[in-house]
Design a protein around this ligand. Structure first.
Ligand SMILES: [Mn+2]
Length: 454
């Protein structure tokens, strides 16, 4: 390892860039696997003696997550700190709360890492001015626009003193937690994102987060933009996505940064997106059984999404929830099921007790969807009514659990709703290539498709 003196004099150093770790996401085994990915990634940073680590937002899934997870993460962060590697963190949209302190603040105050923020952040004098954090060993200078509600981020970006930031000498890193308009594919064009023109120019490295896919792009006049994607993932869409997961190792030589993706594999997956359209609930169940019989589930995380419109039957006949109990007994390392299917109305409603109530509900929804007058075909007309009813049915299935509290329950509901609303992964999973992201030295990196975001 180079001595700090040599590193400073030669302008050559290495740092790691993480984003969207979402510690505390999921429950049970998946929560542990997510934690494991983070711990392993930090172990690798120590083994490689990086000069520092950046965590570009969403380190935690909610502002006050499962403390058992926080404790393990804090112990590892302590190890990293004690090995002489500083960690610089900024808020993401998940670990930020407008009204409460976040676990990020607790860990920053305890000295485990440094929070990169605005001048006076969280206080009455909070402004758009960013506070420079200077890494002592490398003299790299870091600023960050923390993720908040996305429209708030944009507001901060627009008020930035770009000229002042650009005039600062040295190797500079610009951290953010937001989508960048120019890097988003067409189907994400509607999301709140920051325009490239709102970024200051001339930084050596732009450390992104928020979009749950790897993306790397060198921009003339700016520098190298990298979005590492999640270290593991935080919901069913992430788990169904076959892109490699991990973090980014950045080498800086003479003021020029180059990134290498570092995959972190903590478990093998069985990922299936099953179309049960046109099947009865009993036939769908048989199809699920066949799929499981063929997959070698032992030791693997099973992620199953079931979509399509069943021709007849009841949700109980399909009984996907039983798999949560059964598959671990067959050796599965983890189970996650996305129930994105529906049951054809004509078959479901007639003669069922409670049908008149369903009818009243449908009419009310139709009325409101009509008034909503969305131009998006998914939210208007028959499709809009169906979507609302599907969402209502799915969300009303899950009762609040005692454990976890309100924050986690809301987060679960949110995740499930997004899973229903997201485009069919059968399309996105195929569209996203299984080949690893481009590595350093591969020349002009092709743009990676950004399928979904969070
Ligand atoms: Mn995220």
């Amino acid at each position: 390892m180079e001595s700090p003196r040599v590193a400073r004099m030669s302008g050559s150093f290495t740092f790691a860039h993480f984003a969207d770790v979402h510690l505390g996401a999921f429950s049970k085994e998946l929560r542990q696997l997510n934690l494991k990915a983070f711990l392993e990634a930090l172990d690798r940073c120590m083994a490689r003696s990086v000069h520092f680590v950046l965590i570009a937002g969403d380190l935690f899934h909610i502002n006050v997550p499962d403390l058992a997870v926080v404790e393990r993460a804090a112990a590892k962060l302590r190890e990293v700190k004690d090995s002489g590697i500083p960690v610089y963190v900024w808020y993401g949209s998940h670990d930020y709360s407008p009204t409460e302190k976040s676990i990020i603040d607790v860990l920053a105050s305890s000295g485990l890492f440094v929070k990169v923020a605005r001048v006076g952040e969280g206080g009455a004098k909070e402004g758009a001015k960013l506070e420079w954090t200077v890494d002592a060993r490398t003299e790299a200078k870091i600023v960050a626009v923390a993720g908040k509600a996305q429209s708030l981020d944009r507001h901060v970006f627009r008020e930035l003193d770009k000229a002042g930031l650009e005039a600062e000498p040295g190797f500079k890193i610009f951290g953010y937690h937001a989508g960048v308009k120019e890097f988003l594919p067409g189907y994400l064009a509607h999301i709140d994102a920051v325009a490239l023109a709102d970024f200051p120019r001339g930084f050596g490295y732009y450390a992104g987060g928020h979009i749950h896919h790897y993306h790397e792009e060198e921009r003339e006049g700016y520098g190298l933009f990298v979005n590492p994607g999640p270290t593991f993932g935080s919901d069913g869409r992430d788990l169904l996505n076959r892109e490699p997961r991990g973090f980014v190792m950045v080498q800086v030589d003479g003021g020029r940064a180059s990134a290498t993706f570092e995959p972190v594999d903590v478990v093998k997956f069985v990922r299936e997106d099953l179309d049960v359209g046109g099947k009865s609930a009993q036939e769908a169940r048989a199809a699920v059984e066949e799929l499981i019989a063929q997959a070698q589930v032992a030791g693997k995380a099973v992620v199953l999404r079931v979509h399509g419109e069943l021709s007849s039957g009841e949700r109980a006949d399909l009984d996907l929830d039983a798999l949560y109990g059964r598959l671990p007994k067959e050796g599965a390392a983890a189970v996650h099921i996305v129930k994105a299917f529906s049951i054809r109305e004509a078959e479901r409603g007639a003669g069922e007790p409670g049908a008149p109530q369903d009818e009243i509900e449908r009419r009310t929804v139709e009325e409101h969807v009509g008034r909503f007058a969305s131009k998006d075909p998914r939210f208007s007309g028959v499709a809009g009514v169906k979507l609302v009813l599907d969402l209502k049915r799915l969300l009303s299935e899950e009762a609040p659990q005692q454990r976890g509290g309100k924050g986690e329950f809301e987060e679960r509901l949110r995740a499930r709703a997004l899973e229903v609303l997201s485009p069919e992964p059968s399309v996105s999973v195929e569209a996203v290539s299984a080949k690893p992201p481009p590595t350093a030295g591969s020349g002009a990196a092709p743009r990676k498709p950004l399928e979904e975001f969070q």
